[in-house]
Design a protein around this ligand. Structure first.
Ligand code: FPP
Length: 247
């Protein structure tokens, strides 16, 4: 790990890393464990990667913790995931405050059970002064749902304030998204060998570098995370320009 850390150029870090944490269930199955054990291990990895990101100097870390589609899972699994989330928010609040981590959430969070929503809002408020890193949990999140919710807010605004359609722009629209106060992700990592985005940050990922890796989320460790960063730094981000224009 030490060796990989020395390969990272601290002046060219991604500002925002987003992660699709996939494979908890398959990891559990391969190890003869119940699915929830995979999620429990996954929550420990969340803590490690959050800590490491802050230590390296990443300013925004966004984790896909529960999708809109995940509500369709068996009620028992949904219940256990909510319980894990609740425990995480209760038990890690002080550590987040100590480490200057500001908690944030995106998604249709009003669908969350009342007690989870309450502790979520409580932890968001308690960590609001954090200056080191913003940790965003995507909860009950679906990108198309986020876009439709944004369109509804935008339409209301257009009607109420009589906004001329000429004034509609990417920035104006982006101001209605859940991510309105965040930069777009520079790097999106997905674990477990699946090569898809699965309705995650569709608008915001327009220019993100994508990194799909084989290990399941409970296996994801510091070395793997650092090697994703090294790989990111070896890529050339052109944003539609030529290589020569970047010099
Ligand atoms: C995907 O694995 C993972 C999830 C649906 C939930 C992610 C949750 C955690 C990592 C733990 C709780 C999070 C926090 C923030 C405390 P999967 O179940 O889809 O795996 P599979 O595709 O192998 O079945």
């Amino acid at each position: 790990m030490h060796d990989l850390i020395t390969q990272i150029d601290k002046t060219r870090l991604p500002h925002h890393i987003a992660i699709i944490m996939d494979g908890n269930g398959r990891w559990a199955k391969n190890n003869g464990l119940p699915r929830i054990e995979g999620h429990r291990r996954g929550a420990e990895v969340v803590e490690n990667i959050t800590e490491l990101s802050r230590e390296i100097g990443i300013k925004y870390l966004t984790l896909y913790a529960f999708s809109k589609e995940n509500w369709k899972r068996p009620a028992e699994e949904v219940h256990m995931l909510m319980a894990l989330l609740y425990d995480f928010l209760v038990n890690k609040k002080d550590k987040m405050i100590r480490n200057g981590i500001r908690l944030n959430a995106i998604g249709d969070i009003f669908q969350l059970p009342e007690e989870v929503l309450k502790i979520l809002n409580n932890t968001i408020a308690a960590t609001a002064q954090g200056k080191e890193m913003v940790l965003t949990l995507a909860l009950s999140y679906g990108a198309r749902d986020e876009i439709i919710r944004a369109v509804k807010k935008l339409a209301d605004d257009v009607i109420k304030n009589n906004v001329a359609t000429d004034l509609l722009s990417e920035d104006y629209f982006g101001g209605f998204l859940d991510t309105k106060d965040m930069p777009d992700p520079d790097l999106i990592i997905r674990t477990s060998g699946e090569n898809r985005i699965s309705n995650f940050l569709l608008w915001q990922s327009a220019y993100a570098e994508l990194k799909f890796i084989k290990p399941f989320w409970p296996e994801f460790n510091s070395e793997m995370f650092l090697s994703c960063l090294v790989d990111y730094q070896n890529r050339e981000r052109r944003f539609g320009k030529t290589s020569e224009q970047l010099d």
